[in-house]
Design a protein around this ligand. Sequence first.
Ligand code: ATP
Length: 448
Amino acid sequence: MDDLVALCKRRGFIFQSNEIYGGFQGLYDYGPLGVELKNNLKHAWWSSMVYDRDDIEGLDASILTHPDVLKHSGHENTFTDPMVDCKACKSRWKADTIENNKCPGCGSSDLTEPRPFNLMFKTNVGPIEDGSNFAYLRPETAQQIFTNFKNVLDSTARSLPFGIAQIGKAFRNEITPRNFIFRVREFEQMELEYFVKPGSDDKWHKEWVDNRIIWWTEQGIPREKLEILNVPDDDLAHYSKATVDLMYQFPHGLEELEGIANRTDFDLGSHSKNQNDLNLSSQTELNNASNSKLAVQDIETNKFIVPYVIEPSAGVDRGVLAILNEAYHVEKLEGGKERIVLSFASHLAPIKVAVIPLKKNNKELVDTAFKLKNTLQSLRLGRVVVENTGNIGKNYRKHDEIGTPLCITVDFDTLEKGTVTIRNRDTMLQEQIPLDNVSSYFKDFFLT
Ligand code: ATP
């Protein structure tokens, strides 16, 4: 992990947040390469959910959340972690980090009993700070999908099964943020709420678990590094009938990458009102919480039903960490030398191609390199850069280390014979091709 964290900082993937003021625990910033990697991962998820399928719509809802939403969702009462105080050094710990009844900080056994600590951040809304007008920063993106269920249904005329996908920030006041970007206080989730007929939920749950495993392998996570954990009944969240956690072997241990929960009709039921009008068969205890009837008409029976929900919920930051961990290799070269390579799947690579003029002060070479860069950039397949430092060897090493799949060198043959040299990151093989063929080479490489 230390080597990865150092590379992330050195090359501009991830920085400690607020670093110049001593840092802010549990917060990280994504630098020039990190933001590209993260955007590429989010785009891959969005494409597979919203564009490649015909049964899912997208949403981008507010982060500030009305307290009633999180009251009726059950988060005000139950979104807690057990916390333990060390009376000796005054530190606070999540109870499951305590081993042998000893404080992980100072080793003292003078600890309090565990007590629940609510993980939601509250903030004041409007100019009067008397505590009565407050909002929560959402602890999951899901709730605003449920509160918008009717809006999406009415504006798209969907019928079951269908889903609503959202990517966005979530906030949890973790007691002990740790392990780099694995457990942080501000993070992003990629969440799908997939609404199905009650009774078909078990089938869909299994289907989504299978589907999500395939997706992660397409992002470069080997199948054998993923484990399926059926969350035991007494560990299930208050809304869940069954949850499968996809566990990944992170550098610090086997931990959750994504959770796939069967949330039943708990959330839509809790946010609904006057459900009795709807002739429901749902067993949910309804609490007249909001003004919407969060139900959908069954096209076969014409009855309104509250759908069940299958929720694949993946962390973007944990995804980035897993992908970086898998991509990171140190290779031994001839002559005892080493090279560090990030072998990202090409659709995730932050920079797709580096165009390198052989001599940095040769105007003709540099102009040709920029022209080629602009041509490739206009294909909209990701970021293309010109690397004009004049040292080919160093540039290759840099782009291996940041995971650029292709480097294209513009040299005197380019000016005389109209050819360029393309070097492949993974094989290190170089081939000369006509300049005129570079666009189609680039498209073939990144689209197939
Ligand atoms: P954990 O048990 O590790 O705290 P969780 O079960 O509370 O996770 P979920 O509520 O299922 O997590 O959230 C869905 C996903 O959001 C997780 O699989 C994870 O990828 C991500 N996630 C949750 N909490 C954090 C966090 N503090 N930092 C980074 N990612 C997180």
